[in-house]
Design a protein around this ligand. Structure first.
Ligand SMILES: *[C@@H]1O[C@H](CO)[C@@H](O)[C@H](O)[C@H]1NC(C)=O
Length: 341
């Protein structure tokens, strides 16, 4: 009898330990099975309502990043290490910063935007709220460019012709969905089209392209006008990374200075509008370049060694997770608007 109750006590103790110990660990959410600290990232709201299903160990299952818990459930605010706020919804007042909640001392608030200051609305009221930025700026805390050029594992030795899409029929193409006569790029286009023919696509001219038709269409062009809608430091978008590089049309870029492009892309992979003193000169240069096969092909040399990678911001957030512990302990953006310009 006595022995029996002793076993019962041991069994009870073990049950208690398993149940509550696990709960305690979960509650603390500190140690993972490998003993490395878990970080919790809370996506306060999804950009443009484009939500992802974060079920399971999302960062690990999708991108191979362990010890990173990503959630989009606002009720987990109090134990999140990092909270990401996308600018657009804040500006449009569809979402608010939870300034009324008790913000843990070590919690970082992240300001996420992929757009240029011209499209971010008035962010002056956000001064002093954010600890980190997640943008295309090279000096953002969570650098999230619209694309990157990464070295290939093996340099290819294919003949250069094989790196150039076949069947090019148009000299210069442009896709414009966001048209404004006030954009600087519009003035350049207006002048350039008097020098050489430009094939224009996009909603603006009722020739909208879909995700399926965009790249095959642009690949038939020798050059693509990767013109940014506004000119700001580091502001280089999918115009270059997706439309131009992915299609295999040589980009003619307009945006920040050449140095900004060279900081992220091979310098012989694009032509910069600023390389010419007049638009007339640029037009003549393009016209001559296609008549000299070798010179044109030289803009594809980089493709032997590099490849272009475009990542979703969520992947970049997961990849950032292991760096959280080594970030400076304290930071506040006192002049967010000044910083973004
Ligand atoms: C984050 O920013 C807030 C608001 O300015 C500030 O009070 C807090 O100390 C900052 N935290 C860190 C960890 O930098």
């Amino acid at each position: 009898m006595r022995l029996h109750s002793q076993w019962l006590r041991v069994a009870l103790f073990i049950t208690f330990f398993i149940l509550f110990g696990r709960l305690l660990l979960q509650w603390l959410s500190v140690e993972s099975s490998t003993g490395v600290r878990n970080h919790k990232i809370l996506v306060w709201h999804w950009p443009f309502g484009n939500s992802l299903n974060l079920a399971g160990d999302f960062c690990k299952d999708k991108f191979g990043v362990p010890n990173c818990i990503m959630v989009d459930d606002q009720s987990q605010f109090s134990d999140a290490d990092v909270v990401i706020f996308h600018n657009r919804e804040l500006i449009q007042r569809e979402q608010k910063l939870p300034v009324n909640l008790n913000r843990p001392k070590s919690q970082r608030w992240v300001w996420l935007t992929m757009k240029s200051p011209d499209y971010n609305g008035n962010v002056i009221p956000f001064a002093g709220y954010f600890n980190w930025t997640m943008t295309y700026h090279q000096d953002a805390d969570i650098y999230s460019p619209h694309g990157v050029m990464v070295p290939k594992d093996f340099e290819t030795d294919e003949p250069i012709e094989d790196l150039i899409p076949k069947g090019k029929t148009h000299l210069v193409c442009w896709v414009v969905n966001d048209f404004s006569p006030d954009h600087k790029r519009t003035a350049i286009y207006d002048k350039l089209k008097t020098v050489i023919p430009i094939e224009v696509y996009g909603e603006e001219v009722n020739r909208g392209l879909t995700d399926d038709t965009l790249l095959p269409t642009i690949s038939r062009c020798f050059f693509y006008l990767a013109f940014e809608n506004s000119v700001f430091r580091d502001y280089i978008t999918e115009e270059l990374w997706h439309n131009a590089y992915r299609s295999g049309a040589v980009p003619v870029v307009f945006g920040p200075p050449r140095e900004d492009y060279e900081a992220v892309a091979q310098k012989d992979s694009f032509i910069h509008v600023n390389d010419f003193s007049t638009i007339e000169e640029l037009g003549q240069f393009l016209r001559k370049l296609v008549m000299n096969g070798d010179a044109y092909a030289s803009y594809f040399n980089w493709r032997r060694k590099y490849t272009v990678v475009v990542k979703h911001w969520v992947e970049l957030a997961c990849e950032f997770c292991p760096k959280i512990s080594s970030m400076p302990p304290h930071k506040v953006y006192k002049d967010l608007d000044g910083w973004q310009r």
